[in-house]
Each structure stands twice: as structure tokens, then as C-alpha cells.
Design a protein around this ligand. Sequence first.
Ligand code: UDX
Ligand code: UDX
Ligand code: ADP
Length: 464
Amino acid sequence: MKIKNICCIGAGYVGGPTMAVIAQKCPKVKVTVVDINEKRIKQWNDENVENIPIYEPGLSEIVKEARGRNLFFSTEVDKAIDEADMIFISVNTPTKTYGIGKGMAADLKWIELCARQIAEVSKSDKIVVEKSTLPVRTAAALKEILDSTGNGVKYQILSNPEFLAEGTAVDDLKNPDRVLIGGDIETEEGKEAMDALVNIYASWVPREKILTTNVWSSELSKLTANAFLAQRVSSINAISELCEKTGADVNEVAKAVGMDTRVGPKFLNASVGFGGSCFQKDILNLVYIARSFNLKEVADYWEQVIIMNDHQKRRFAANMVRTMYNTVSGKKIAMLGWAFKKDTNDTRESASIYVADYLLNEQAEIIVYDPKVTEEQIYSDLDYLGSRSGDANRQAVTVVNDPMEACEGAHAVAVLTEWDEFKDLDWKMVYDQMLKPAFLFDGRRLLEPSTKREIGFEFYAIGN
Ligand code: UDX
Ligand code: UDX
Ligand code: ADP
């Protein structure tokens, strides 16, 4: 079976870049990305490709090449579903904020709505692909909803988890470590559907990197992969605290440990804590699933990764307060970086939000600079926590467009995102503009310590 028409529901950080790359690599396939958010679709269609809603290196060039040729962005969800032979579901699955499983389970409200809409609209057989990260066995629920209409339309459900990381999405999509496709391997129809999706990816991914498994393995692999990655960060962060007490240096430890090929060197950067839309959500989900099967030890084991991460964010902020003579009340603190990592404008679960909130509770005055995050987003992140009124957030937090301006007259500067430009900042000039003693806190191990101390900074870095 050859796919001619793809529809993707959800034009976010996953759906947008993934479909752009599929459209670029498969010019004969028509790819339509739909979203209920009109503003977002309008941005994707903006004449100036630099205004697309997601910042990812290399993405705007691909959109420029494929948009209008075989890549389309639209709010006409029904029409796109009707025309498609394959439908990707890439809607958000945030952690539930209410009811059973609150704070732990994934909220599948949007997934279910999609399934109902597909069931209502479809007149021909469809392959439905889960792209969003989902709890194990969601495919079964999807199938039930889709089959419930009894109108004779046949569905095949595939799980095709996304492994791209933000900031490197385009590269990850073009050269993936692997592509994982889960499906009904027991039936001919199931195998056919899997082959159809394999063929899409095989346009640019070597066949041996395309894995096919049963649906449950595929769904669980995604949660496990993210749990393992996050676990590495929490593991090195746990060691960073010990380094600060003992005089060991966490970078030296990470290097020595990572050179063991069984461990590997990647993903061992100590930091102020991991953020992003996936790690916390997926681990909480894993924990919730384990608990629901009464697997207490399994649940507790993985939950500790989150506990450690929360501790690291709090510990970083508490150390700032302690270092500045136990009070930051009325002090001006410059925060460099708001995104959860460099090269993205995404701020979901960013450590910066929690550090800012802690410092605001201590009555600090905060000035934020981030090269890609908007003022509106920063206020909305703080408001979302509900720690204080929107007015109070706007009064205590100022957002500026220039790092030097942020640091002017500051008691302390904290580097919270590892943007390259912070490395090359004129740190002598920063120092000259600050109040003395000038405190500099590096939450990313981005800056070289000795030169900063030579300038005169009271310098503190995670794990140093
Ligand atoms: C992650 C997974 O990497 C990706 O495979 C999955 O599809 C989605 O979730 P993402 O959240 O976009 O991707 O970014 P990632 O590079 O994994 O970073 C997550 C967080 O961990 C960031 O806040 C980052 O700064 C932090 N991190 C990462 C560290 O603190 N230290 C490290 O060594 C690596
Ligand atoms: C370990 C370290 O590997 C070595 O670097 C250090 O110097 C001493 O401790 P060792 O205990 O000899 O070496 O064996 P190792 O291969 O690490 O296995 C340790 C245990 O883990 C064994 O019981 C092994 O069966 C088990 N294991 C290892 C697993 O259950 N699964 C694995 O994937 C790997
Ligand atoms: P992710 O990081 O998983 O891509 P995002 O929040 O960036 O998450 O994107 C998910 C997108 O899905 C949002 O733009 C949202 O408006 C869209 N969406 C959610 N539910 C539906 C739906 N039923 N139909 C169409 N789009 C939807």
C-alpha cells in the first residue's frame, strides 16, 4: 500500500518539524498539518518563514522549500482527515491537573477527542499513527473508539514514538538513531500498515535503523527511553551535590565515568535540573502505570529521578540566597536564559521558572534575558504556577532584550540556559556594571571558572 495523503493532527513541537521533514523527503506525498489553534496555523502559514511558531535550527528553510508544494497547514481538521490514508496524532498529552491520577497520569482528553473526530469523519479505511507519547495500551482505547461507529471503516493503529530532541529536531529527524514502529504484527492488515509507514521513513532512513515491534513494546520503549535519559541527568546531578561538599569536580567525574564504553559520554552534563515537556511527564506516567499494577518498588525507583530533579532546582536557588548573606529581598538578580535548553523557544518545565519562583518568594527583583523566549511567555509561565497574582509577577519581573541591560546594577547573575552567546559575553563589562561583591551563578557549567574569578566575580557553579 502506497501512502499518498498524510494528515497530522497537532501543529506543535512534534507534529510541525516531523511533518516538515516527511514532506521534504517524500515530495510525492501530500502532508497536511491541522490544528484547532488558529493563531498557530496562521503563524505556520506566515509569508515570512522566520515567523513560524517554533524555533528550531534548519526548520524554516525546510518549511520554505516544502510549504505550498506538498506541505500544508490548515485549521480544516475534518477535510484533512477525510482526504488522508494515514493520520498522525501529535496532540499534547500533559500530566493531568485534576481528578484521578492528578499530577501523575497523562491527560488523554485531547487524544480521545481526536479519535472521536476521526471516527465521525472517516469514510474510507485509515492508518492511525500515535505520535504523541502515550501510556502503554492507549492504542487499545483508540481502537475501541474508532471501531465503535460500526460504519464499516477499518482502522489500523500504529505506535510511532518520536525521539527528536528540541533544538536539534531537524537533525534528529534527518539522521535518527532509530525509528520505532509498533503495530499489529499478528495480522496481514497490521503488517501491511506497518510496511506503509516503514516505506515513508525508508525514503531517507537506512532500513536497519527502522525497528518494528508490537504496539505495547513500542509504547513502553518511548517512556523507558526518556526515563533512562532523565535518570542519567539526575544521577550526575546527585553526584554534583556530593562534589560540592568533597572538592571533586563533577565535570572531571563525568568525563572519567563516561569514557567507560558501557556508560558512554553523552547526557552527563550536571545542570540546574532537566526541563522540557517530556522527561517529567513521561516518568510520572511510568510511575503511575507501575503503581496501577501495584509495582511499588518499580514506581518508587523511577519516582526518585523526579524527586532528585526537584531537589536540584530548589538547591540551586537556595544556594543563591545563602551565598548572598541569606537574603535576596529587594536585590536585583539577572537571569540569563529562560528556555529549558539552548536552541529552542520552548519553556515547558524549564528550571528557570522554578528558580525564579523561589527567588520571587524571597522577594528578589528579577530581570530576565533569553534570546528566543517572549516576554508574554515568561509571564504566562510564572502565572501558571499560581504562586502570586499576575500583577505581582509583572511588578517583580522585568524582561529585557539585551543581556548587558539585564546585568546592569545587578547583585547577582545566574546562567540558567546554556545559550552559546552567554559563553562569549564580555564578562569583564558585566562585572564592571554590577554591584559588588558581584555574584555569578552558573547553573549549566557553561563558563570557565578561573577567568571569572580573576575578573573578580564571586563565582559558583553546579558541582564545582
Ligand atoms: C527529550 C529526549 O531527548 C527526546 O529523545 C524525546 O523525544 C523528548 O524528550 P528534549 O526534552 O527536547 O528531548 O531535550 P533533551 O536534550 O533531552 O533535554 C532535556 C533536559 O535535560 C533539558 O533541560 C536539558 O538541559 C537537560 N539535560 C540534558 C541536562 O541537564 N544534562 C544533560 O546532560 C542533558
Ligand atoms: C564490576 C565493574 O564492571 C568493573 O568495572 C569494576 O572494576 C568491578 O565491578 P564485575 O563485578 O567483575 O565488574 O562484573 P560486571 O560485568 O560489572 O557485572 C556485575 C554484575 O552485574 C554481575 O552479576 C552481572 O551478571 C550483572 N549484570 C551486568 C547484569 O545483571 N546485567 C547487565 O547488563 C550487566
Ligand atoms: P507537542 O510538544 O507534543 O508537539 P504541543 O503543545 O506543542 O505539543 O502541540 C500540540 C498541538 O495539538 C497544539 O497546537 C494543540 O492546539 C493541538 N491540538 C490539541 N488537540 C487538538 C485537536 N483535537 N485537534 C487539532 N489540534 C489539536
